[in-house]
Design a protein around this ligand. Structure first.
Ligand code: CP3
Length: 343
């Protein structure tokens, strides 16, 4: 049993930093694409046997130090009653994005065991099949990112529809953000009860708003979800890419054990701002550097590890791995971490 990941989450001294990759169960793996040929994405997410099969692939094939359950952040809005589809080349889409008052009112509050039981079943099965080899991470989307997705209906460059709600009807925005914070927080508690040994909140679109709106609409609800999740007793990881300027505020408001660091943020600077005894940091190699030859990946990775300083660090990418990265390059990243020794 490798405890490295959980020890690092708790800021305990470790022989080397643990390593995993966001989106590590994904299309860059031929073994993932083989499963995906048999089933579409949402079927994989909704079928515990398939979800667990691909959850284990990066553990078996690449030797990462943690598994993350195969699922998606959009399962929560789906359980609240929104119809979701994920098409090749288009990405996830809600068929009827939230526009009129009635759309907001029709949303259901979800009890995790009812609407999201299949994710909990996948976690229970994954824990059994991992048999203690590496810890299992659960996750959910943070309130602002989910609300923005629910209003936009899909990806967006300007987020103008979601931001327009903040301008035109702040009480409605606050109402939905509060409901999402409770839904997501209790979902993460249920994930820990089902076997997740740490949980990560993804606020992927937090960088879409300025500081004042971040403090009014993003951070309070990210904090509410994270603090609720913490009551389950497992480490909580908070990743808010694009909001590196606010690391101190995020640490204070969320009480997170671990902060995810995006690739735009300087590793040494993040470490100086957040002492390793208080909060662990996770990240942050630019995923595009996995296009480099393995020797260069190794050099870049070692420089990143030096910058974080070893203690209280979980090595990862600064965002999800890209689908066209060669597996041997992902392997070079993981090997580089596992062969590094703090100097
Ligand atoms: O990290 C892991 O391996 C666990 C699985 C995981 C997925 N999505 C699988 C997935 C996780 C943690 C997520 C989180 C997620 N989903 C986020 C937050 C992380 C981030 O990137 O900021 C977001 C914004 C989503 C929403 C989402 N789902 C998008 C934008 C897409 C399209 C991605 C693309 O490249 O096409 C998805 C679909 C999705 N989720 C895929 C995977 C492996 C691709 C599905 C496929 O076609 O096989």
């Amino acid at each position: 049993m490798s405890d490295l990941f959980l020890q690092a989450c708790r800021r305990e001294p470790v022989e080397r930093p643990p390593v995993w990759m966001m989106r590590q169960a994904g299309r860059y793996l031929p073994e993932y694409r083989a499963v995906r040929k048999r089933a579409d994405f949402l079927t994989m997410v909704g079928t515990p046997e398939l979800a667990v099969e691909v959850t284990l692939q990066p553990v078996d094939l690449i030797g990462v130090d943690a598994a993350i359950i195969f699922s998606d952040i959009l399962v929560v809005p789906q359980a609240m009653g929104m119809t979701l589809s994920v098409e090749d080349g288009v990405g996830p889409r809600f068929h009827h994005p939230l526009r009129a008052a009635g759309d907001f009112e029709r949303l259901r509050d979800v009890a995790p065991e009812d609407g999201l039981g299949y994710v909990l079943d996948a976690l229970r099965l994954a824990r059994r099949e991992l048999a203690g080899r590496v810890p299992l991470i659960g996750f959910a989307g943070a309130p602002w990112t989910l609300m923005a997705y629910m209003i936009e209906g899909g990806g967006s460059k300007s987020f103008s529809l979601a931001k327009r709600l903040l301008v035109e009807d702040p009480p409605r925005a606050h109402g939905l953000l509060g409901r999402l914070a409770d839904a997501v927080g209790s979902f993460l508690v249920a994930q820990v009860e089902a076997g997740a040994q740490a949980v990560q909140l993804f606020d992927s679109w937090s960088g879409a708003v300025g500081p004042q709106d971040f403090r009014e609409f993003v951070l309070p609800y990210l904090g509410r979800a994270a603090r609720l999740a913490r009551t389950a007793g497992a480490p909580v990881i908070v990743f808010a890419p694009g909001s590196g300027w606010a690391l101190e505020e995020i640490a204070a408001e969320t009480e997170a054990d671990v902060l995810g660091i995006d690739w735009q943020t300087d590793a040494g600077d993040a470490r100086r701002r957040i002492p390793p005894t208080r909060v662990a940091l996770q990240g942050n190699l630019d995923p595009c550097w996995l296009y480099a030859p393995p020797a260069v990946i190794r050099e870049r990775t070692h420089r990143m590890l030096d910058d974080f300083g070893g203690r209280g660090h979980i090595a990862n990418l600064g965002h999800g791995i890209l689908p066209d990265v060669p597996v041997s390059h992902a392997q070079a990243f993981v090997d580089a971490v596992q062969q590094w020794r703090a100097r």
